[in-house]
Design a binder for this molecule. Sequence first.
Ligand SMILES: [Mn+2]
Length: 357
Amino acid sequence: MEMTMRWYGTGFDTVTLKQIRQVPGVTGVITTLYDTTPGELWSQERIHALKEEVEAAGLHIAGIESVNIHDAIKVGTPDRDKYIDNYIETLRNLGKEDIHLVCYNFMPVFDWTRTELARKRADGSTVLAYSQKTIDSIKPEEMFDSIKDDANGVVLPGWEPERMAKIKDLFEMYKDVDDEKLFENLKYFLERIMPVCNEYDIKMAIHPDDPAWPVFGLPRIIINLPNIQRMMSMVDDPHNGVTFCSGSYGTNLENNLPEMIRALKGRIHFAHVRNLKFNSPDDFEESAHLSADGSFDLYEIMRALYDIGFDGPIRPDHGRMIWDEVAMPGYGLYDRALGATYLNGLWEAIVKSHAAK
Ligand SMILES: [Mn+2]
């Protein structure tokens, strides 16, 4: 595996490439062109400039998170082909710049959902949290207003204000889209992009829906092992794979994370590893990465990745806000650096314990 950190780009991220370079063992970044909109064509020039900036800092681009999918593609409207054409061209331009991993998601309306961005914990740190009771008591259009004051003034990925202003229209757009329709539209998209993925060896890594169940009545399909297996078999190509995100699949306690990893051998192209602390089955918060601080055994998760021979990029995921840092919720430097160091430590111990046998 290669340890990486997510970086939103100069002007968008409070964390610098220099800081990331100084986290022991981190050699790459997972980045994006944050000012592009879904459906927009990424020029090779802009990708090249981003790559040069990252490489000048002594790092490399290990993958893109995300190239977002336009709603027309997810809904399957008649104009979807023009957006898929742009997506194919973007993939081609990434391939020409020697970038071979793309993370994306197929979630309707909301990229991810949390009810709090700064829940205070006993140690004074703040974390993202989710309460189903809160979701059940508010309307989707109230969701954005309820969290935006805790966003530390930054635009959250998937929660852009201009997008949230259209939220009722978005719900209207998705009103006839159920699980079956969403699978069908995903299949159509994947079938169209696989030729360019094969030509440039680009691994597509779908990110799970977060949380891994329907929210506000919207369909959610990338939520458990049977659904991922369906997704992979309907377009059976090794380039059609997954981002294994422990914090997203883990929202559903029925998902056995190490077992899922073992079952997905060869098709996990990217890993997000973090912990969650469940206070009840429908209330969780994003704890520190350390196993003892949350509900998951991070050693078992890392061991499963080792056992399947995982060799892709991995990154610590959302971190707590600690040491008075002000940053995008979940994406401060300090706790993610602790997370990377902890995951590297687990990995070193696993590797050496195998070598000793
Ligand atoms: Mn994730």
